[in-house]
Design a binder for this molecule. Structure first.
Ligand code: ZN
Length: 279
């Protein structure tokens, strides 16, 4: 199984330039690049040409851009700005040969009817997929396991993706988000694994679903998420995609970045052994 590093894991203790070097050294296959902070910070001192050259001359390759956030149920003005940001992401993805762009649903305290959420999400995602087609990019829908997120369970995200009905869209399976809003395990047993775009690997402290926040994430295998249950089902469904470590833990931001990158890979490999029969 190919292993990826999501840059949120070293959000406050590393840069894109440093993440590239550390991930290459640790033996990762892929990196997910953050477009909301680490990429713009990188481009102050470097160029996209330089970034492309790095990937051309190293084993490490880019796997996704993270992330286009709050894509659904926006005002006309907000949506226009969102599309502008997305077009830039598509240009970057095409130039660097990045296969996926992660998109995140609206998070809001406002009450919006479920039907209105789904109608907007399907409409927007179809447009994002159609725009991505010439760039050869797949849209990766990441549901977020917080009560305030408008798409916050796996089954809701999966069913929206089915209704979008485009071949260049899939769902990000983030173990934390799946656990954090009690997504449905029985539903997972029925899925087409080719619609899983990326597997985000993480674990969490023992707080109740609905109360969890990203900062509660811990190294895979050190928390309470039934990772082996999830992975056995994904394996049985034929998932053979990329696994990406994604943590947001303030305590880990206090560690040397190299230690975080290495520990992330080791702990991720330990929990992914069920997939080794497929390698
Ligand atoms: Zn994630």
């Amino acid at each position: 199984m190919k292993l990826c590093f999501n840059e949120a894991t070293t959000l406050e203790n590393s840069t894109l330039a440093q993440d590239l070097v550390l991930c290459e050294k640790a033996g990762y296959d892929y990196i997910e690049i953050r477009t909301m902070d680490k990429l713009p910070e990188y481009l102050k001192m470097h160029s996209l040409e330089e970034l492309k050259m790095f990937f051309t001359t190293h084993h490490l390759k880019p796997y996704a851009l993270n992330a286009l956030v709050f894509f659904n149920n926006r005002s006309a003005e907000e949506y226009a700005a969102l599309l502008e940001e997305y077009r830039y992401m598509l240009e970057v993805a095409q130039y660097l040969h990045i296969p996926k762009i992660v998109v995140v649903p609206l998070v809001t305290e406002k009450k919006i009817a479920t039907a209105d959420i789904e109608q907007s999400a399907i409409h927007v995602l179809r447009e994002l997929c159609d725009l991505a087609l010439p760039a050869g990019v797949e849209v990766a829908l990441e549901f977020v396991g917080h009560p305030q997120c408008t798409i916050n369970t796996f089954e809701q995200a999966y069913q929206i993706v089915e209704q979008v009905d485009r071949h260049n869209i899939g769902v990000v399976f983030d173990c934390f988000h799946f656990y954090a809003m009690n997504s449905n395990i029985q539903f997972l047993e029925t899925i087409d694994a080719s619609k899983i775009s990326i597997l985000h690997v993480d674990d969490t402290e023992d707080y109740r679903p609905g109360m969890l926040t990203d900062e509660d994430r811990v190294w895979p295998g050190e928390g309470v998420i039934p990772l082996q249950t999830y992975f056995k089902i994904l394996q049985q469904r034929g998932f053979n995609g990329v696994a990406s470590i994604e943590l947001f833990r303030p305590a880990y931001y206090q560690l040397p970045a190299e230690q975080v990158v290495e520990t992330g890979k080791r702990t991720m490999e330990n929990v992914l052994q069920v997939f080794q029969t497929n390698v």
